[in-house]
Design a protein around this ligand. Structure first.
Ligand code: PLP
Length: 393
């Protein structure tokens, strides 16, 4: 039972997880689960990774917090490492994905006002997810996320995902567009992968119109899709990119990175966050980045992801409730023809943690450190559950 001292926004939560090691977690009854969700793409190195634990321990026994009134060496070290990993120019650190996206939205507005546009407007996508603060929930293309929180924030226009023409049509009728904000692969929206040339076409459109291309890589970055950032597979740079989730392997941290003119927009006093870029979160993120690089985890995500896709595709070919099996790296979705939220509990009973998003998409985001044996176990547990679900349905 979830304590009634907590607000009910998450509803009743079945399991109490108390311990983790690598891709395994244990509940308060001592039952062990294979974690194919990693805190929704957060613990990319698995749980209690020794390098991250040591970094948190060392930093927290030296200095836990100091204000952004002062230089924070761990923050600067992380910024340099992320700059090198991304090819971006500079960045702002917050504590979450939503906060990183708020910074991106503020950059777009600064960009618009610099051009004397009174109501700078950002094109955002249907079916998207960008967070739960007021601006980011407005940017989110899901009515359920908006409901009850009106009035929404001004300055957003919505286009269907993966539809360049729709964006051109909006732009032809709206002179206030200043940016396009998009997830390279929609995560919450059901692991939706756009056409191969979508990002490149968006880049061209943004260049032609002097709009900022803002990529929300909060779920896709940190090696998840087989490269550190997903845009690196498309031969483009965004003007602004946001990152969070896997950045601190569980320590709360997010960042908004900018490049070119967008990196010159923030001025002293424009923006800030008390805890943003704090020493402990930054030390954990530096250790995470170093480990991703040293252990070649982007490459591992690419090869293991391809192998898992193949295994699932083969094993589920004649399962008539399976509509599609798709993914990039270790960001995978199995789309069914019917709602399948019940599979989450059934999988947990069988000792496996998964997630269902967009009602009918089984979402798999295992740690990048998943072993071949763990991948095999995942297939062995999940496939029979899907087949049995098919028989029930
Ligand atoms: C693509 C994307 N953007 C933004 C967010 C919001 O991140 P946070 O929950 O850290 O605020 C999420 C979280 O799921 C996400 O997947």
């Amino acid at each position: 039972m979830t304590s009634d001292a907590l607000m009910n926004n998450y509803g009743q939560r079945g399991l109490s997880l108390v311990k983790g090691e690598g891709a395994w977690v244990w509940d308060d009854q001592g039952k062990r689960y294979l974690d194919a969700l990693a805190g929704i793409a957060v613990c990319g190195l698995g749980h209690a990774h020794p390098a991250v634990t040591a970094a948190i321990h060392d930093q927290s026994s030296t200095l836990v917090h100091c204000s952004n009134l002062y230089n924070i060496p761990a923050q600067e070290e992380l910024a340099e490492a992320l700059k090198a990993a991304s090819g971006m120019s500079n960045m702002f650190f917050g504590n979450s994905g939503a906060e990183a996206n708020e910074a991106a939205i503020k950059l777009a507005r600064l960009h618009g006002h610099a051009k004397n546009i009174d109501i700078p407007t950002i094109i955002v996508m249907e079916n998207s997810f960008h967070g739960r603060t007021l601006a980011t929930l407005t940017a989110t293309g899901n009515r359920k996320v908006h409901a009850g929180f009106e009035p929404l924030v001004r300055g957003f226009a919505r286009a269907p995902f993966d539809d360049i023409e729709a964006i051109q049509t909006i732009a032809a009728n709206n002179q206030s567009i200043v940016a396009v904000m998009v997830e390279p692969i929609q995560g919450e929206g059901g692991i939706r992968i756009p056409a191969d040339d979508y990002l490149k076409q968006l880049r061209t459109l943004c260049d032609a119109n002097d709009w900022l291309l803002i990529l929300d890589e909060i779920q896709t970055a940190n090696g998840r899709t087989g490269s550190f950032f997903h845009y690196q597979q498309h031969g483009i740079y965004p003007d602004v990119v946001t990152i969070a989730k896997g950045l601190g392997n569980g320590m709360p941290i997010g960042a908004c990175l900018a490049r070119g003119p967008a990196s010159e927009l923030m001025k002293p006093g424009n923006h800030g966050s008390t805890f943003g870029g704090n020493p402990v979160a930054c030390a954990a993120a530096v250790a995470t980045l170093t480990t991703i690089e040293q252990d070649k985890l982007c490459e591992r995500a690419a090869t293991l992801g391809a192998s898992l896709l193949e295994q699932f595709t083969l094993a589920l070919t004649d399962c008539d409730i399976v509509k599609d099996v798709r993914g990039r790296g270790l960001m995978m979705g199995i789309e069914l023809t019917l709602p399948c939220a019940d599979l989450v509990g059934q999988a947990a009973d069988a000792g496996l943690l998964i997630n269902v998003t967009a009602d009918n998409v089984i979402r798999l985001l295992p740690p990048l450190t998943f072993s071949d044996a763990q991948a095999e176990q995942l297939v062995q547990i999940l496939v029979p559950l899907i087949k049995a679900f098919s028989a029930e349905g």
